[in-house]
Design a protein around this ligand. Structure first.
Ligand code: PGA
Length: 251
């Protein structure tokens, strides 16, 4: 049984005060979350104060990225133990914006995956193709290669902690969602890759989220797909009302 994971990725948005106001309103209206897991990934500056507000709630806290060393002379970096220290249980790794603007290669993604798992964080590893890659018929090859490279050397016993997020880059922030059929097809391909790498028990257990313009009006049909086990939500996670609707998607 894969418990759906509905995650908000705030990206570079919200001050501490804005984050606190969101969480207070969100928790007040959240209601019953049985059978689903809810996660908020605010900017680093808001992690510590939001952990205080989320304590005792059913909402988990995650980071949007993590560095692969524990400590040392790495100006600007934040390590897995530091994220654990401020209440994070998850971290996104390899988001396409990290790959595009911050130089995160597959090799770096893999190092971050190892470090996150060793440090007790559940990584959400993001993969996805560009529009030209899809148009050229290379989407599956690109995504499978990213999955394989990102998971290189990760042992079977750590795989149940891993979440994969399929985020076609052309669907991120564009309002242009993958159709449920296209998303499901890629999710099935990813699950098949996990089967090849780790066997059917792990392939069945690992959650694969969809991301890319998930909104209140498309979440239900995406979540109805057999291999879609949650959503990684950017823009629509910034407003309480729309993120609540996504969390409470209708099965
Ligand atoms: P979006 O972003 O929902 O704004 O498209 C998704 C993501 O990048 O995780």
């Amino acid at each position: 049984m894969r418990i759906p994971l509905l995650a908000g990725n705030w990206k570079c948005n919200k001050t501490v005060g804005e984050g606190e106001a969101f969480v207070q309103e969100f928790l007040a209206q959240l209601g019953d979350t049985t059978g689903r897991e809810v996660l908020i990934c605010p900017p680093l500056t808001a992690l510590y104060p939001l952990d205080k507000l989320l304590a005792g709630s059913t909402v988990a806290l995650g980071a949007q990225d993590v560095f692969y060393e524990e400590s040392g002379a790495y100006t600007g970096a934040v390590s897995p133990p530091m994220l654990r220290d401020v209440g994070c249980t998850y971290t996104i790794i390899g988001h396409s914006e990290r790959r595009q603007y911050f130089g995160d290669t597959d090799e770096i993604v893999n190092k971050k995956m190892h470090a996150a798992l060793a440090g007790g964080l559940k990584p959400i590893m993001a993969v996805g193709e560009t529009k030209p890659q899809r148009d050229a018929g290379r989407a599956e090859d690109i995504v499978v290669a990213q999955v394989r490279a990102g998971l290189a050397g990760i042992p079977t016993e750590q795989m149940e902690q891993v979440v994969i997020a399929y985020e076609p880059i052309w669907a991120i922030g564009t309002g242009d969602t993958a159709t449920p059929d296209d998303a499901q097809a890629m999710h099935a391909t990813i699950r098949n890759t996990l089967n090849v790498l780790y066997g059917s028990a792990i392939a069945d257990a690992v959650r694969i989220q969809y991301g890319g313009s998930v909104k209140p009006d498309n979440v239900d049909e995406l979540m109805a797909c057999a291999d879609i086990d949650g959503a990684l939500v950017g823009g629509a996670s910034l407003k309480v009302e729309s993120f609540l609707r996504i969390v409470h998607f209708v099965e």
